[in-house]
Write a protein that binds this ligand. Structure first.
Ligand code: NAD
Length: 316
């Protein structure tokens, strides 16, 4: 059976998986979506709800399916598993989600799948490693959504503060998708102007260092706030997932801060973390390896080390 590069399978029909399927349908990003969940009834209900909008939107074939549907899919997006309860960190989910990830990867492989894995389930960096190790796929075909969401949160926060359109803000949060992530201020630009040059001219901040600290805190704590109030996050992560799916399916070669596995990184063994990478039809075609200022290199190393410790704790 030929791989259908415009067909994707989404595992997990919860808040993230169902919202991602909906967003992809609204945008017409792919031709076909198979939605798979251990709770088949839930997947079928989500599909029915999405399908009933089809006369009003784009033509995308969407079905509740089983793992056999992964066989000819070009991409499988994994969103299944436990989510954070209020007050829990992403790493707190590790023990619950590793077993789920292993069983899902096995079921996908048993279907004869030959495409690209995209992992969204948390803790996403450790689980990207688990998907890599359990699948035996080459590293460039196992991608974690990483800090795309955190980077969008950074851009939105800076835009709101500076009263500029978020699309004119560029920048990345790097490292683990979790509490050790950090905004790489050396890469933040506003309308193409480096952050450090824009701010004195703008003059809105009394104290730039305080602004940076507040921004980091807001970005790191965003998910906790949303989960405390409404139980889960779904819209921004679904849009982040759509950007990734489109970049792969349409070979857009966007540069995105995705989580990639590293068997070795500055003396660390077996880690995964986000750094800007070119994402297209082959998966990761290149990680944009470039040096950061020393203080950011230290943050990146510490974050990568934290993930490596958890990967080791997971038994790899
Ligand atoms: N990477 C990110 O930026 C990011 C952002 C938001 C959420 N997440 C993570 O995504 C995951 C899903 O979150 P959610 O809010 O959609 O949770 P949810 O509880 O709404 O949905 C999870 C779904 O997974 C299904 N499921 C559980 N075990 C399964 C299995 N073995 N096989 C198939 N389906 C299974 C459940 O039936 C449920 O429908 C969580 O781990 C969450 O932390 C990641």
């Amino acid at each position: 059976m030929e791989v259908n590069t415009s067909k994707i399978a989404i595992i997990g029909a919860g808040s993230v998986g169902a919202t991602l399927a909906f967003d992809l349908c609204v945008k017409g990003s792919v031709n076909e979506i198979a939605l798979i969940d251990s709770n088949r009834e839930k997947a079928e209900a989500e599909i029915l709800d999405i399908k009933q909008g089809s006369p009003l939107g784009r033509s995308v074939k969407v079905e509740a399916a089983d793992y056999g549907s992964c066989r000819d899919s070009g991409l499988v997006v994994i969103t299944a598993g436990a989510r954070q309860k209020p007050g829990e960190t992403r790493v707190d989910l590790m023990d619950r989600n590793i077993g789920i990830m292993k069983s899902i990867v096995k079921a996908i492989l048993d279907s004869g799948f030959r495409g690209i894995f995209l992992v969204i389930t948390n803790p996403v960096d450790v689980l990207t490693w688990v998907a890599f190790a359990e699948s035996g796929f080459p590293a460039h075909r196992v991608i974690g959504s990483g800090t795309i969401l955190d980077s969008a949160r950074l851009r939105e926060y800076v835009a709101r503060h500076c009263k500029v359109n978020p699309q004119n803000i560029h920048g990345y949060v790097l490292g683990e998708h979790g509490d050790t992530s950090f905004p790489a201020w050396s890469l933040v630009t506003i309308g193409g102007i480096h952050f450090n040059e824009f701010c004195p001219v703008c003059g809105a901040c009394a104290d730039l260092e305080t602004f940076k600290q507040n921004t980091m805190k807001e970005v790191r704590e965003a998910a906790y706030k949303i989960i405390e109030a409404k139980g889960s996050t779904c819209y921004a992560i679904a849009q982040a997932g759509s950007v990734l799916v489109e970049s792969i399916v349409r070979d857009e070669r966007r540069i995105l801060p995705v989580s990639t596995v590293r068997k070795e990184f500055k003396g660390l063994r077996n880690t995964a973390f986000s750094f800007p990478a070119i994402v297209g039809k082959e998966g990761i075609s290149r990680v944009m390896e470039f040096p950061l200022p020393p203080e950011e290199e230290t943050c990146l190393y510490d974050s990568a080390k934290f993930v490596a410790e958890n990967v080791a704790r997971a038994g790899y």
